[in-house]
Design a protein around this ligand. Structure first.
Ligand code: SF4
Length: 333
């Protein structure tokens, strides 16, 4: 009875925002399945979190050595209506790219939010390990700002390849590192890929709101619900891999759908649900657009994955050796 009432209240809130009830229920069912709980239990927790929050859960979003790609990806969520619930229910207190305030006003907003505590800290971009001066904000090292911000955080979420494992800046003179290395001993939820998949971030915040704790993580800190699958296992070119048909000539129309292993695809050693969830509202993903999987969900991205479009990287050589040793079982066998 209590559960039914909570669900009813949640649906009323949803409809008050002009959100399609069926679409929302479908979203809840899918998310609850990912979390491994019943839809009813998930909706009750979410309704409770929304109703009892005396104020919107605050979020601080910091940017270190980044390109703001994760910010762009996440702001793209403003249009799907279901996701607007999340944005409507959180308070983005500090975000250098998205906030209207600048200069001292922005710095004061940051200090106030940190002092109040209890916020979700989202971090985009890596931390320079060679010299603090590679990343200074308002005349202060990013690393120092980051350490201050983690002090009172309720949860720390690293988004994108750079903040998680170093990403492209790891291969630059700044020797960028991810949060796990920059903040040893701190519990960090890692959401790699370049950029972060907006669903992964929205779902992780949603999980935290509903349960007050991080979802189950794998051994490198990624939520199991999003990074359990290997891209290779869900790739539509997999039949060609199993049959030994490898694209060698981009200009030959007969090869256009063949497996891109020999063109540098890292799908066999990359864990992410990209091939199932897809990107841009489920439209497509790298491999279906004719690009290889660059392995951006893995710690070795970018340095161990280059050159990206040949099979000459250390990672590609390893995959080819595994294939030659018969280590990949056929999809339907
Ligand atoms: Fe797909 Fe890449 Fe695996 Fe080929 S190697 S089947 S293109 S994921």
């Amino acid at each position: 009875m209590k559960e039914k009432r909570a669900e009813r209240n949640l649906l009323q809130m949803v409809e008050a925002h002009g959100i399609n009830r069926r679409a929302f229920l479908k979203y809840c069912a899918a998310t609850a399945a990912l979390f491994g709980i019943s839809k009813s239990k998930f909706m009750t927790s979410l309704a409770h979190a929304m109703e009892t929050a005396s104020q919107k859960p605050p979020v601080i979003w910091l940017e270190g050595q980044d390109c703001a790609g994760c910010t762009i990806a996440f702001l793209g969520l403003l249009n799907p209506p279901v996701s607007s619930i999340i944005l409507d229910k959180i308070s983005l207190r500090y975000h250098e790219t998205a906030m209207a305030a600048a200069g001292h006003t922005a710095e004061e907003a940051f200090e106030e939010a940190v002092k109040a505590g209890g916020y979700v800290l989202v971090v985009e971009g890596s931390v320079p390990s060679a010299d603090d001066r590679f990343c200074m904000i308002g005349g202060r090292p990013f690393k120092k700002i980051l350490e201050e911000a983690t002090a009172n955080a309720a949860a720390i979420i690293a988004v994108g390849a750079c903040a998680t494992y170093g990403g492209i800046p790891a291969a630059t003179p700044s020797k960028g590192i991810g949060l796990n290395k920059a903040l040893p001993g701190k519990a960090v939820i890692n959401l790699p890929t370049c950029p972060v998949h907006p669903d992964h971030l929205a779902g992780t915040i949603l999980y935290f709101l509903a349960n007050g704790k991080a979802p189950e993580l794998d051994k490198i800190g990624r939520p199991v619900m999003y990074y359990r699958e290997v891209i290779h296992d869900n790739c539509r070119r997999r039949g060609h891999f199993d049959a030994g048909r490898f694209l060698m000539d981009w200009n030959d129309p007969a090869q256009k759908d063949w497996c891109m292993l020999m063109k540098g695809c890292k799908g066999p050693v990359t864990n992410s649900d990209c091939a199932v969830r897809r990107w841009n509202d489920g439209i497509s993903f790298c491999i279906d657009c004719g690009g290889v999987c660059m392995g951006c969900a893995e710690p070795g991205f970018y340095s161990e994955m280059t050159p990206l479009y040949t099979a000459e990287s250390e990672t590609s050589k390893r995959i080819v050796a595994l294939r030659d040793a018969g280590m990949f079982t056929k999809k339907n066998s």
